[in-house]
Design a protein around this ligand. Structure first.
Ligand code: NAP
Ligand code: G4F
Length: 341
């Protein structure tokens, strides 16, 4: 039985990847940092909480990382842990760098010293492309990160490649474009919009605020992306791969699609120098607010996944419209449950 360690087990991808590896017959260990909150709602929602073996491992604590990796000799280590919210990285750049950049180096050192046969997956990101130098972006597109988050992930990406080249380690980087699901944290725009629109629909919220509605992203479906991670780790040799849908949509389109899903018509207007979305009864439902803008923005992301398709046989199945429909449907069910409780 193969033994896998997933860091970031409480996160969106950690939960979906754990489910997939359990289905593949792995013994799955989930690395978690200590927290006063003992709920594992994502693992519970996927009905796998009792099947994942939780170990404490904080990426900030070197001895902790060394001990866990030395003692367990995992076959595969998937590093999904991160301070993953770009907006927060402008407010906490040092913490973000310590976890996202040095945290990866701590794991790589532990593997190099104590468990050289462990395969390693690093969660790289389309944020590396930032101010894009090419459209669409692929593995060879030059990087130009636009946030402390992006820069921290750039270090993580290159140190993973460097340890592969210097020490012959099986290190692979998945350069994943945005991927979403009902398990996404509410701070990210897809979940925030879907949750707010559904609350508006149910009369639980009057309106909500967002930032830059012109930013464009390549949004895919998370369960399909964790399958891509798994495929990368089964490949004959370690390499780097882009996973994306090849489509791009703006935040404005996302808001329109979500409202369309719940049957509310909106139109955009300008009021007091702010853009607002008004419904057909004249109520303001969405408003832009400078609080949600970033000091430097990534304007446009759209990925070219042809290498993953050719080499791994990976392809996205769920595109933008379907993704938002899935998220809205699930959100409405969750809000209904809340009402019942
Ligand atoms: P997520 O939901 O934010 O999960 C990240 C997890 O990392 C959280 O469970 C968090 O723990 C944990 N973590 C944070 N600091 C830690 C520390 N010091 N030690 C141990 N664990 C720590 O992120 P995700 O969306 O699943 O993404 C997974 C990975 O892929 C991340 O590295 C992200 O940067 C990267 N990525 C994501 C996307 C995307 O669109 N989702 C795209 C490209 C790359 P708590 O639960 O305790 O906060
Ligand atoms: O949903 P977001 O916060 O995701 P972002 O910044 O693209 O980062 C996500 O994807 C990356 C992959 O490209 C991951 F590496 C990263 O860990 C994370 O998962 O924001 C998407 C866009 C941005 O342009 C943002 O400025 O939406 C814009 N936006 C507009 N209003 C907003 C809001 N974003 C958030 N979170 N909240 C708003 O109110």
């Amino acid at each position: 039985m193969k033994k896998a360690l997933i860091t970031g087990i409480r996160g969106q991808d950690g939960a979906y990847l754990a489910k997939l590896l359990l289905e593949m017959g792995y013994e799955v260990y989930g690395a978690d940092r200590r927290s006063s909150d003992s709920s594992y709602w994502r693992l519970e929602k996927l009905k796998i909480k009792d099947k994942v073996k939780i170990i404490y491992m904080d990426l900030l604590e070197e001895s902790n990382v060394f001990e866990v990796i030395k003692e367990n000799k995992f076959d595969e280590i998937y590093n999904l842990a991160a301070q993953s919210f770009v907006h927060a990285s402008f407010k906490q750049p040092l913490l973000t760098s310590n976890v996202n950049a040095l945290g990866v180096l701590r794991i790589l050192e532990a593997i190099r010293l104590f468990s050289k046969d462990s395969k390693f997956y690093q969660a790289s990101t389309s944020e590396l492309f930032g101010k894009v130098q090419e459209i669409p972006q692929k593995e060879t597109t030059p990087f130009y990160p636009r946030s402390p988050y992006g820069v921290s992930k750039l270090f993580a990406h290159w140190i993973t490649v460097n340890y592969r080249e210097a020490y012959g380690m099986f290190n692979t980087c998945g350069i994943l474009f945005n991927h979403e699901s009902p398990l996404r944290s509410i701070e990210f725009i897809t979940k925030k919009v879907v949750n707010s629109v559904c609350m508006v629909k149910k009369g639980m919220l009057e309106s909500f605020k967002v930032g830059n509605i012109w930013a464009k992203r390549d949004w895919g479906y998370a369960p399909e992306y964790v399958y891509g991670m798994y495929l990368m780790m089964q490949h004959d040799y370690p390499d780097d791969f882009v996973l994306a849908t090849g489509e791009t949509h703006s935040v404005k389109e996302l808001i329109e699609k979500a409202f369309q899903c719940v049957g509310i018509e909106i139109k955009w207007e300008e009021k007091n120098n702010r853009i607002v979305a008004v419904d057909n009864k004249g109520f303001i439902r969405v408003e832009t607010d400078p609080e949600f803008f970033r000091p430097s923005e990534v304007d446009l992301l759209v990925g070219d996944y042809s290498k993953a398709k050719k080499v791994l046989g990976w392809e996205p199945k769920t595109k933008f419209d379907k993704l938002i429909e899935i998220m809205v449907e699930e959100e409405l069910k969750d809000l209904e449950m809340l009402k019942v409780k």
